[in-house]
Design a protein around this ligand. Structure first.
Ligand SMILES: Cc1ncc(COP(=O)(O)O)c(C=O)c1O
Length: 299
């Protein structure tokens, strides 16, 4: 089904699950603030689940009691980890064992720089996984164009929710996009973006190396952002962020994506751990931004 982005896909799934009696869905913590907000709007409680270095923590998932979970397995938002093959299989086993669903938010899965994009989880079990993606990272977020694949068991409910929310997606948008895909233009656009984003990522990683020696940069193999953990001398994080903001560089801490307030406050006094997006900036602007951050840090 064509939808207006991953956001609407999530909202429709939330409404459909709610209609089936699901009142809680697991979400990654740290994770996208969108997830919690969209579930809340549908009357579904988002249950934050911690991550380990393979993906959503399975023990926490099992003990949470939820029967649906939202994940970003290709490139976890915001930590940047790619779910391991083992965790992907375990998630599907879990979904079968509770007669539940995994929601796969593939917001940036087209952009993988070290190897071919990882196959979607949905392909491994279409009856347990709902899959959502969009053109937001490959064309423009303002187009509000995306896609949603749903398990048969949810299909009728989701289609009905789409109908009652907007009577169906704009036909002209769908026709134009279909043409774009059929002519091979979308593939070419993806390849163009791949090259541009890789160049921007390389510029960011090189600038961090130059201006913040000793920084640990992770999550670089895919997506449109990296995580940079700066050495202790640039901290505490709160002061660093204040100085950088005053210099006009818009930067968020990883902790800002924690669901609970305690998590968001955590690390304020520690070393800066930053989420740095690079998609919309030229390499020159990226280099300027990192240099400005270093100057603002005053170290
Ligand atoms: C993790 C994640 N999921 C979903 C979205 C929303 O995507 P869309 O523009 O396709 O609605 C975003 C927004 O950037 C995001 O970061």
């Amino acid at each position: 089904m064509i939808v207006s982005g991953v956001a609407q896909a999530t909202a429709l799934l939330a409404l459909a699950l709610h209609a089936r009696g699901t009142d809680a869905v697991g979400v990654e913590d740290p994770g996208s603030p969108q997830h919690g907000a969209l579930y809340a709007a549908a009357g579904v409680t988002a249950v934050p689940l911690p991550l380990d270095d393979e993906g959503t923590d399975l023990a926490a998932l099992r003990s949470s009691g939820v029967r649906a979970v939202t994940t970003t397995p290709a490139h976890q938002f915001p930590t940047g980890i790619a779910y391991s093959a083992r965790r992907r299989a375990e998630l599907l086993d879990w979904a079968r064992s509770v007669d539940g669903f995994v929601i796969e938010d593939d917001y940036d899965g087209d952009f993988r720089y070290d190897r071919a994009p990882v196959g979607a989880l949905q392909g491994l079990d279409p009856e347990r996984v709902a899959y959502a993606g969009s053109v937001s990272k490959s064309l423009a977020p303002g187009l509000r164009l995306g896609w949603l694949l749903v398990p048969e068991a949810l299909a009728e409910e989701v289609v009905e929710r789409k109908r009652t929310s907007d009577l169906g997606h704009a036909v002209l948008d769908q026709a134009l996009f279909a043409r774009f895909v059929e002519r091979g233009d979308y593939d070419r656009q993806l390849r163009r973006c791949q090259r541009a984003y890789r160049e921007r990522r390389d510029a960011l990683v090189a600038a961090l190396r130059e201006h913040f020696p000793g920084a640990r940069v992770s999550g670089i193999a895919a997506g449109l952002h990296v995580i940079a953990e700066l050495p202790l001398r640039y901290g505490p994080q709160r002061r660093f962020l204040e100085r950088v903001a005053a210099a006009g560089v818009d930067v968020r801490a990883l902790a800002a994506y924690a669901h609970a307030r305690a998590g968001r406050e955590e690390g304020e006094e520690g070393t800066p751990r930053l989420v740095l997006g690079y998609a919309q900036l030229s390499p020159a602007r990226i280099r300027d931004g990192v240099r400005l951050m270093r100057e603002a840090a005053g170290v």
